[in-house]
Design a protein around this ligand. Structure first.
Ligand SMILES: C[S@@+](CC[C@H](N)C(=O)[O-])C[C@H]1O[C@@H](n2cnc3c(N)ncnc32)[C@H](O)[C@@H]1O
Length: 251
């Protein structure tokens, strides 16, 4: 059968799709939850993931921020399911991607959302799920010890630079990335970890790991400001074979 060179997987909007705590701990290279004991953590974007609940279960104070935390529980559940199903169908319709996407990934995402939904109302009341959006958040300087951010920055850059945004004029342009990272740094005392810094098309279409070009630019920008960074290869659970990069910004 003739192989159809796909148009490449893209999304019109940022998906309200969350990962399990295990997937996110791997992505952020959190090997021992003990290393987070006594820390205040910011997770932005939080999405419908299992991370906040996991931290709570381990008595770690974590605030997750996402624009869609303004939804009520029914809509959050509905939109979350719709977005996972949309990504699932689109990726599997893509001849190249479907060979490399992990079969369990979307099932796990539905599980993660279930954990999130069960925790959502209590978490909102406890101030653990907060409405907000980058590049400007409402917290005071150095409100957190560690700031985590996964699967928004770099991943939703335009397709032409290795992200999955269909919109080449998305507001998530390079300046937005720089402003957002400086904002996350403003809020952290110790470090910022950004998970998922791979060039999407190198990993899914060429099956190799390449750093996102804007991650390289950001690192150069930060080094110019004498700020230390580290790149760590971490598991990418959506992909069966290739890992991703996690960028640590050490303050
Ligand atoms: C793919 S999810 C990632 C969620 C979570 N970090 C994870 O990896 O499981 C992307 C999230 O970014 C949120 N988002 C979209 N625009 C945003 C912005 N400007 N600032 C913060 N979050 C945003 C979306 O609502 C969505 O929940």
């Amino acid at each position: 059968m003739k192989e159809v060179q796909s148009e490449k997987f893209v999304l019109q909007n940022v998906a309200f799709l969350g990962r399990t705590f295990k997937q996110l701990c791997d992505l952020f290279n959190i090997q021992e939850i003990k290393s987070f004991e006594g820390k205040k953590v910011l997770d932005c974007p939080g999405g419908p993931s299992g991370l906040n609940k996991y931290f709570k279960d381990h008595q770690i104070h974590c605030v997750s921020v996402d624009p869609l935390y303004n939804l009520d529980i029914e809509d959050a559940s509905k939109i979350g399911k719709r977005d996972v199903d949309l990504c699932d169908t689109s990726l599997y319709a893509d001849e190249i991607c479907k060979r490399l996407v992990s079969f369990d990934f979307f099932k796990e995402s539905h599980n993660a959302r279930q954990v999130f939904i069960e925790d959502f109302e209590l978490g909102k009341a406890e101030g653990r799920y907060v409405v907000g959006h980058l590049p400007k958040l409402s917290f005071k300087d150095k409100s957190f010890d560690i700031v985590l951010s996964a699967n928004l920055l770099f991943l939703y850059a335009p397709k032409s630079v290795g992200g999955i945004s269909a919109d080449e004029n998305t507001p998530l342009n390079y300046q937005w990335h720089l402003d957002s990272i400086l904002e996350l740094m403003r809020l952290a005392k110790q470090e910022v970890r950004i998970g998922g810094c791979a060039h999407f098309y190198s990993s899914f279409y060429e099956n190799r790991l390449e750093l996102h070009p804007w991650t390289k630019r950001i690192i150069d920008e930060l080094h110019g400001r004498k700020i230390k960074t580290e790149l760590v290869k971490t598991p990418e659970h959506a992909h069966r074979k290739v890992e991703t990069y996690m960028l640590r910004i050490i303050l």
